[in-house]
Write a protein that binds this ligand. Structure first.
Ligand code: FAD
Ligand code: NAP
Ligand code: SF4
Length: 677
């Protein structure tokens, strides 16, 4: 008998029949606002972005949110679907996805009080803590009009060739605002008790289903845990699920937390699949398929959720920015080739909040498919890349893909550069995935890797390369403080790698990204990586059957050390961190009782400790050890010698500019540079 290879992820790759549409697998690409939705001229780029993912086997794609009317805009002039003309413009998207063999649903999103414009409306007059504009309470006529608008958008989505719609009812947007007592203080038929608060959502589903007919997907995204005070109880959630099922939804997608929630739900320190238990609880109350979401990024995690019966499908959004080929790689048992989303938010959500086009830190081609092309090299060259940090790895593998012959030199015994440090920070374990990805990528692209090889200019010149990329990174800055050379003063790399024993009371000089990370490491108590139950307790997430909104008080564990985190600037510590992640780091520092001092001047270090002054008042911090995290300087001593010899030399990443360097810039520079050579 012929033996056939076992299917690697049997649950993930079980097709699912949903009326007229059959999904080939259980993978949904969740809704993401890329920034290409809002201008008609950008829709062809958006189409290329979706089509690439469809071609690699995503079961169902859900678009970013389109508003059903102007008041529902997230931003002024955001994408909306209100007319036949707008619908016809979407044909470029639906045709591209269908031609690539995929299926796509349009998300209808009304921002409610999250609107970033002065015309926002909500269930009642309120202002969200994350927007400057108060929202007006809707009249009964406006509510009925908005329900009509949802139905009209759905009808137009059908006209545009979509396979379905997703009604956005989670994350604290308008429908969610009607559902929660926190934001719905009405006393008419649209508020007052949970049944009347549900009416808006249920009417929308009923009217959308009536508008599109039976053979069209109607997905409702439901907030399982609001994670805000005054959020829904679990009884409210299950009652809504039963009513929208009766009103005609095909599937229920799930969302966790409102945007204003002070519990992180998708950042890298949230354990993988941390909320699938909540989807499992919902699934017991409905017969339609349910979709799990939040911090699912690898096939093994997705398969486990499905195998346990927590959900019928999984939704992943950012992982498809990181790797358009995710589904094909999973199906072909090539998980180790997946470029994993490390949940950093740096190039996706942080860009969206800054109104820049979203892309991906580990994949700068995301949303630039038509602009950043990796065409075969016109003339294959012999290229040396020096440094196997993020910039060098990106440059070497991109150059090799284009047909160049590449030697990659790395002074250390491992690749990854500073990612070898980042991955050791509690809550940043995902950074190891990027190192794993590039390890395999070097093999596949045929880059010749030379580890433990601190290459010299003479060697490079002797070898006669056509081109050289210097990606030699950075060296830590050592501030000029008397006593900085004492034995109890350490660099961050030695501390992170555990090369030095460190006491109980610590001062950290410098509160940038690395100072905050080192403080997180030094204060972390308990097991690593943090088990889901410990994480939920630390952030005060509880069973919504007992606590409305699934929220109770945070119970952080006792810190492992007492840490003073210092900076000279007067601004808030962590102010320079990412928009969508900085608050999580600052909350963690508060949980751990870290002493945060700003406006510090450093005087000297001696046996009494670290002598500083703050606002003109002298202090001595009586600490056991001092860790220096005072930024970095470029490391590029090879550059002058190679240039003087007339070599074609390029700099990338920290070797080019150390100030405000991050991995997003390092990888983008390495990739873009190698795309040009
Ligand atoms: P590096 O990563 O410094 O790599 C340079 C490499 O060159 C090194 O491996 C070095 O050994 C090698 N090298 C140097 N000279 C030679 C030579 N002559 N011959 C051979 N090899 C040589 N960034 C983010 O964006 N987000 C984060 O959350 C984040 N967290 C961080 C946490 C920590 C604890 C640290 C330390 C850094 C973090 N960073 C983060 C910063 C990020 O890691 C760096 O921006 C990025 O690694 C810079 O990449 P690079 O390739 O330019 O340099
Ligand atoms: P950084 O963010 O530039 O911070 C350097 C810190 O050192 C600042 O707090 C600065 O504050 C202080 N400093 C600078 N010169 C000093 C001097 N001469 N004496 C004393 N203190 C001095 O750099 P970093 O923390 O080394 O991080 C490097 C890069 O990695 C960053 O650009 C960051 O983007 C990236 N990173 C990002 C994350 C993330 O979560 N996104 C995490 C880690 C690292 P004062 O000048 O006010 O004292
Ligand atoms: Fe994931 Fe970071 Fe890429 Fe966003 S930028 S998709 S969070 S790896």
């Amino acid at each position: 008998m012929e033996s056939s290879a076992p299917v690697p992820f049997p649950h993930l790759f079980t097709p699912l029949r949903l009326g007229a549409v059959t999904l080939p697998n259980r993978v949904v690409m969740g809704s993401m606002h890329i920034g290409l939705e809002d201008r008609p001229g950008q829709l062809p780029k958006l189409a290329a972005f979706y089509a690439e993912r469809a071609a690699h086997g995503v079961g169902l794609i859900i678009t970013g949110g389109f508003a059903p009317n102007r008041t529902g805009w997230l931003l002024p002039f955001a994408g909306k679907l209100t007319s036949a003309r707008e619908a016809d413009r979407h044909r470029v998207i639906t045709t591209a996805v269908h031609d690539a063999g995929g299926r796509i649903a349009l998300q209808i999103l009304h921002a409610g009080r999250y609107a970033y414009h002065p015309f926002g409306v909500s269930a009642s007059r309120t202002r969200s803590p994350i927007t400057p504009f108060p929202a007006r309470g809707m009249t009964g006529g406006e509510i009925r009009g908005t329900i009509d608008d949802f139905a009209r958008s759905a009808e137009l989505a059908r006209r545009a060739g979509y396979d379905g719609v997703e009604i956005m009812g989670s994350e604290g947007y308008l429908i969610n605002q009607f559902l929660a007592a926190r934001t719905n203080r009405r006393t008419d038929e649209w508020g007052g008790d949970p049944a009347r608060r549900r009416r808006f959502a249920v009417e929308i589903v009923r009217r959308v289903r009536a508008a599109v007919g039976d053979d069209f997907l109607v997905i409702y995204r439901m907030s399982l845990l609001d994670l805000v005070p005054g959020g829904q109880t679990f009884a409210d959630v299950t009652a809504l699920a039963a009513e929208i099922e009766a009103a005609g939804v095909t599937m229920i997608n799930t969302g966790i937390g409102w945007h204003e929630s002070r519990v992180p739900t998708i950042v890298t320190s949230v354990p993988r699949a941390a909320f699938s238990w909540a989807t499992a609880a919902l699934g017991r109350h409905v017969t339609v398929p349910v979709i799990a979401s939040n911090r699912i990024n690898m096939p093994e995690v997705a398969e486990e959720i499905l195998a346990r019966g927590d959900a019928d499908l999984v939704s992943m959004a950012r992982p498809f920015l990181a790797d358009p080929e995710w589904v094909d790689k999973a199906r072909q048992a090539r998980s180790e080739e997946i470029n994993t989303c490390i949940a950093c938010n740096q190039a996706c959500l942080d860009h969206a909040f800054a109104r820049k086009r979203a892309t991906c830190l580990v994949n700068p081609r995301a949303a630039y498919e038509t602009e950043l092309r990796l065409a075969p090299a016109r003339r294959p060259l012999r290229i040396a890349v020096v440094g196997a940090g993020p910039a060098g790895l990106a440059a070497a593998t991109t150059a090799a893909v284009r047909g160049h012959t590449v030697d990659l030199f790395e002074a250390a015994g491992v690749i990854g550069g500073q990612f070898q440090l980042a991955r050791r920070i509690p809550g940043k374990e995902e950074f190891a995935e990027t190192i794993r990805y590039f390890t395999r990528r070097l093999e596949i692209t045929g880059v010749k890797l030379h580890l433990n090889h601190r290459v010299t200019a003479a060697e490079l010149l002797d070898a006669g390369y056509d081109d050289i990329v210097l990606a030699t990174g950075v060296a830590p800055r050592i501030p000029d403080i008397p006593g900085i050379d004492r034995p109890n003063v350490h660099g961050y790399a030695e501390v992170i790698t555990g090369q030095v024993d460190i006491g109980r009371r610590i001062a950290v000089i410098g509160a940038g990204g690395i100072g905050v990370d080192v403080t997180t490491l030094l204060t972390h108590g308990g097991v690593r990586p943090q088990p889901v139950a410990d994480w939920l307790r630390e952030w005060g997430v509880a069973d919504p059957a007992e606590h409305p909104g699934g929220l109770t008080g945070a119970q952080p564990p006792a810190p492992a050390r007492e840490v003073y985190l210092l900076q000279r600037k007067r601004s808030q510590i962590g102010a320079g961190l990412g928009k969508t992640t900085g608050w999580v780091h600052r909350a963690t520092l508060r949980h751990r009782g870290v002493h945060q001092l700003t406006g510090v001047r450093y005087h000297r270090i001696d046996q009494a400790g670290l002598h500083i002054s703050v606002d003109g008042r002298d202090r001595v911090l009586d600490v056991d050890d001092i860790v220096v995290c005072a930024g970095q300087l470029p490391q590029r001593e090879l550059h002058a010698e190679l240039s003087a010899a007339g070599m074609s030399v390029h700099l990338a990443g920290g070797a080019a500019v150390a100030a405000e360097l991050d991995a997003k810039r390092a990888i983008a520079e390495g990739t873009r540079l190698a795309a040009r050579i």
